[in-house]
Design a protein around this ligand. Sequence first.
Ligand code: HEM
Length: 477
Amino acid sequence: MKKLTTAAGAPVPDNQNSLTAGVRGPVLLQDVWLLEKQAHFNREVIPERRMHAKGAGAFGTFTVTHDITRYTKAKIFSEVGKQTPVLMRFSTVAGERGAADAERDIRGVAMKFYTEEGNWDLVGNNTPVFFFRDPLKFPDLNHAVKRDPRTGMRSAQNNWEFWTGLPEAIHQVTIVMSDRGIPVGFRNMHLFGSHTFSFINAENERFWVKFTFKTQQGIKNLTDAEAEAVVGKDRESSHRDLYNAIEAGDFPKWTAYVQIMPEKDAETYHLNPFDLTKVWPHGDYPLIEYGVLELNRNPENFFAEIEQAAFTPANVVPGISFSPDRMLQARLFSYGDAQRYRLGVNHHQIPVNAPKCPFHSYHRDGAMRVDGNHGGITANEPNTQGEWQEQPDYREPPLKIDGNADRWDHRVDSDYFTQAGNLFRLMNDTQKQALFDNTARAINGVSADVVQKHIDHCSQCDPAYGAGVAAAIKKLA
Ligand code: HEM
């Protein structure tokens, strides 16, 4: 139907001329079409995501290529060749909804696998680690990288004060300041689940796991100067690159790998395996290949399918679960809560968020309930009708946790520098110089004490790192 109606379905006879008293007279209040059109327009903007507001996404397929059923009973992995539909949204972190894409920043990647046992969401980044490891600091990170309360402007001082105040940030800061800090587009970067998650197999054994997806398009990055030129011409460069590639049939792909640690190893491994500022070296836990992700369909409607998409690490399925990583634990609350505010309590009914398998969730009522609201089915459990039966077969194995409840100082584990130093030592000379120069430009204008603190942290990673950054800062000055 191409003919225009009001929201209530009545024909709109005139969409050019308001209803006025006479040819030059004022508008009449009874022009209900004018009122409806304006009122709806005034409400078109919904809150943006608190972080990762600027993004783009697409649909595709995940295909199992290697058997990992001895580690997990998740049906998505049940046989080689099995395909599962997926939605992915990529983003930058700090910029608001209108920000340019080609900025030096982490890239987010959110994946929703529509499995036959519910939606599994993996909400990760293009880096394997994070700035810190206690979730109490997350709102501070947001405030530090977003706008200064007084000026309303972004502030390098706030940013570096925060990062240098948390020495554990140096690993992630090194990645962001490296030559990988501005990917050419979303297709040209590796993707990481970052946290430690768990797999549970058919024998109810638990494994700790980390997810990695390697780009098949190759890693490609922009220098600061190239990014400046790109932003000058196109603020949507990464979004456009993804969209155009998919429209042209050049479907981006990532090879899926998992690192697997037997549950018991966690007790004796020399690192805390649940510390989000650390990686598990591949020498200890090698990458095991199991699948391929392909994006092959652009959304039909950006708002409906990408802006309204709601990803949360809380969405797991039997065979895939959480870990004691305290950052992950906080995220299990944060995303659904943010989405209840951003999209409403019934956001799981929005088609892009709804499971594609049969589901029967107990919740009822609430704003914008748009299905049948379970009709006359009883609203209590227990009941005499056998409704709302729990499914004890899906209970996870018990997780051993001990220790007294306290605000334990996570800084007892204070090796913030070894892994960042190892990363630095892996870089060739050109990459090292890019790291020095990018850092110098990013920290330019920040107070001397904060700059010195950062140089000290770099030096603790590797004396050459500190010296290189110090020299680059001096040269720029
Ligand atoms: C988005 C909170 C750490 C990746 C968000 C949103 C919130 C949030 C509230 C907006 C959600 C929405 O409105 O739909 C937090 C908290 C964290 C944390 C409290 C730590 C305690 C992380 C980490 C990663 C990450 C460690 C990656 C490993 C993302 C991504 C998005 C996002 C990719 C965008 C999701 C999308 O595309 O819709 N985060 N976050 N966050 N976060 Fe986090």
